[in-house]
Design a protein around this ligand. Structure first.
Ligand code: SF4
Length: 85
């Protein structure tokens, strides 16, 4: 990846080519496993303001924040957002 290091950036704010496969993966998640669009946006707003986000990756769990937030049954490892029922 040639993008400069970016604290508190999501993947979509980094090199688009590199991360297209991640977005394809998110788009391929079965609907029942995916967060609602409102919840996804809410979670990413929290991640975007979190000091543990670096180059789109959560330093606490090692996940790409956009992938973790897209899965309704996952939660923030630090309790900043929870599972979606
Ligand atoms: S999942 Fe939690 S700890 Fe990780 S970046 Fe998002 S808010 Fe921060």
């Amino acid at each position: 990846m040639n993008s400069p290091s970016c604290k508190r950036c999501l993947l979509r704010e980094l090199d688009g080519e590199y991360f297209k496969s991640i977005y394809r993966y998110i788009a391929s998640l079965p609907g029942e496993q995916r967060s609602s669009s409102d919840e996804y946006a809410r979670r990413l707003k929290i991640c975007r303001a979190c000091g543990d986000l670096h180059n789109g990756m959560c330093a606490q769990c090692g996940c790409f924040a956009e992938v973790r937030a897209a899965k309704r049954r996952l939660a923030c490892p630090m309790g900043r957002w929870g599972q979606e029922e």
